[in-house]
Design a protein around this ligand. Structure first.
Ligand code: C2O
Ligand code: CU
Ligand code: CU
Length: 512
């Protein structure tokens, strides 16, 4: 049934919103001139055939004129800051040449792709050392979605993402292409990567100075790597692909005039049915796609996108042709596999705050497998945030799979979290049940996507076992190997190495 009601409040519990946290850094409206919103270019394939696509992705440093005055030193993929948007066509085999031009080790994680782990997935077990490269090949077999690429070298994922190592990627398929939805990239189909930063002296970022084990935040909104952006609207309807690419901040989105909009997709698929709303909360790593209809505005008008009361993007209305296209009421048929009766509910707890964060009472260990699950089997997982309210929302993420949210404390999930997801916000004290299955084998991480929580140990990993090859061995790295590489690359002795996540282990008196 179509959901015709307009949802005019945020989902989630107000008591859990991040502004209650002691370390909360409020957003502030930038006082610098407005800039055109940066639209990341599409990454050109090195080659494309009927069956294969080839890309090269280079992690590099650069500098960007973000504010008047000194340029800011940044990191990016194939550019100075963030990445170009990569396009993956469903059914094709993708070959990616990953190159590290940084002075320290990194990894290239495809957040949202159901591809084998731990190497193709690009988590912490697939390092690329400075000056080196790695080639990965994987097949894309999943529905159209907006996914992303980010660095993942544990325990320094958060710092590398803060420097700028994050970029969007669009998975295309025939079903989505057959629907009357805006998809003219850069014109009416726009990625909106939501982040925040603090600018220190000479307009530089200083991750260590801003460090907070519950997540680093800054007062200045940064959208697609632009400070104080505007976007020129030249079509009546615009599709916005939101990605919360912030280390810890959640964004409570709404427009001026309480303009109504329609959500059409979540993390890993279209929603079964569009959902009309005026307010949307997005937590770290989630994606939410909406269509905004500017039909009631005239050239010269400005519609502002806010988080709370801080403007993020100003949409400047220009001349456009009337567009009477209706969003189809049926967008996506979500798979509904039955849970395997032999697999009991698997419980995951997200525990602690600050340095004490853990999952199921343990901190992450790179060379420990915490759980095994058979390939293709479907299991109910119960994800519990053990912090009592008021406490923070933990955005729970799994690599290598698309899951479905089936209940929140026994109640139906929110209408905008139906369909396939890879990240789900869990309120303090809440149990969220999800249906999990893997279509690819390997070792995969699952964790809170407040990135400092992840680096600090609120993370675990599972092995998805292919019954055809049950004894397959995986070469797992360990923290010490990566930390030694960081120390060497930074020319500091081990006892002077500082990586955000290390603090959380040290303070708890734990070995890594
Ligand atoms: Cu965005 Cu471990 O992932
Ligand atoms: Cu991921
Ligand atoms: Cu968390």
């Amino acid at each position: 049934m179509a959901e015709e009601k307009v949802i005019n409040d945020y989902f989630y519990d107000e008591a859990a919103y991040d502004y209650h946290d002691g370390g909360y850094v409020p957003l502030e409206e930038p006082q610098t001139p407005q800039q055109p919103l940066n639209i990341p270019g599409l990454l050109k394939p090195d080659k494309e055939t009927a069956t294969d696509m080839y890309y090269t992705i280079v992690a590099q440093t650069g500098e960007v004129q973000l504010l008047p005055g000194k340029k800011t030193k940044t990191w990016g993929y194939n550019g100075s800051l963030l990445g170009k948007t990569v396009v993956f066509k469903r059914g094709k085999t993708i070959h990616v040449h990953l190159v590290n031009h940084l002075s320290e080790v990194t990894t290239f994680h495809w957040h949202g792709l159901a591809i084998p782990g731990p190497i193709e997935d690009g988590g912490c077990h697939a390092p690329v050392y400075p000056g080196e490269s790695r080639d990965v090949t994987f097949k894309i077999d999943q529905p159209a979605a907006f996914v992303w690429l980010h660095a993942h070298p544990c325990p320094s994922t958060a710092e590398q993402v803060w420097h700028g190592l994050a970029g969007g990627a669009i998975v295309q398929d025939d079903h989505e292409a057959s629907l009357p939805l805006p998809r003219n990239y850069g014109v009416d189909d726009i990625p909106i990567i939501l982040q925040d930063r603090r600018f220190h002296e000479d307009n530089q970022w200083d991750y260590r100075a801003d460090y907070d084990p519950d997540g680093v935040a800054g007062p200045t909104p940064m959208i697609n790597g632009t400070i104080n952006p505007y976007f020129d609207v030249t079509t009546q309807k615009v599709r916005l692909r939101f990605l919360d690419g912030a280390n810890r901040r959640e964004f409570r989105l709404h427009f001026s005039d309480d303009l109504e909009f329609t959500q059409i997709a979540g993390d890993l698929s279209l929603l079964p049915h569009p959902v009309k709303m005026t307010k949307l909360l997005i937590t770290c790593a989630e994606r939410q796609e909406i269509i905004v209809d500017f039909g009631k505005y005239k050239p010269g008008d400005v519609v502002t996108l806010y988080s709370d009361d801080v403007p993020l993007v100003r949409f400047r209305i220009h001349e456009f042709k009337p567009d009477h296209t209706e969003i189809p009421q049926d967008l996506f048929e979500a798979p509904d596999p039955a849970a395997d009766p032999d697999l009991p509910v698997h419980h995951v707890t997200l525990d602690g705050m600050d340095e004490s964060v853990a999952m199921n009472g343990k901190k992450f260990k790179m060379d420990r497998i915490d759980y095994k699950m058979p390939l293709h089997k479907v299991q109910i997982w119960d994800i519990e945030n053990t912090n009592p309210a008021p406490g923070m929302i933990h955005p729970y993420h799994m690599h290598g799979t698309a899951f479905e949210v089936i209940s929140r404390d026994g109640h139906a999930p929110y209408p905008n979290e139906l369909g396939l997801k890879d990240t789900v916000a869990v309120n303090p004290g809440e149990h969220v049940r999800i249906k999990v299955w893997f279509n690819v084998a390997g070792v995969f991480m699952y964790h809170c996507h407040i990135i400092e929580h992840e680096d600090g140990g609120m993370m675990a990993q599972l092995q998805v076992v292919d019954p055809a090859d049950p004894d397959k061995q995986y070469h797992l790295m360990n923290h010490m190997t990566l930390m030694k590489a960081f120390a060497e690359e930074r020319h500091v002795p081990m006892d002077q190495l500082w990586l955000g996540g290390m603090e959380s282990y040290k303070k708890m008196g734990m070995e890594m």
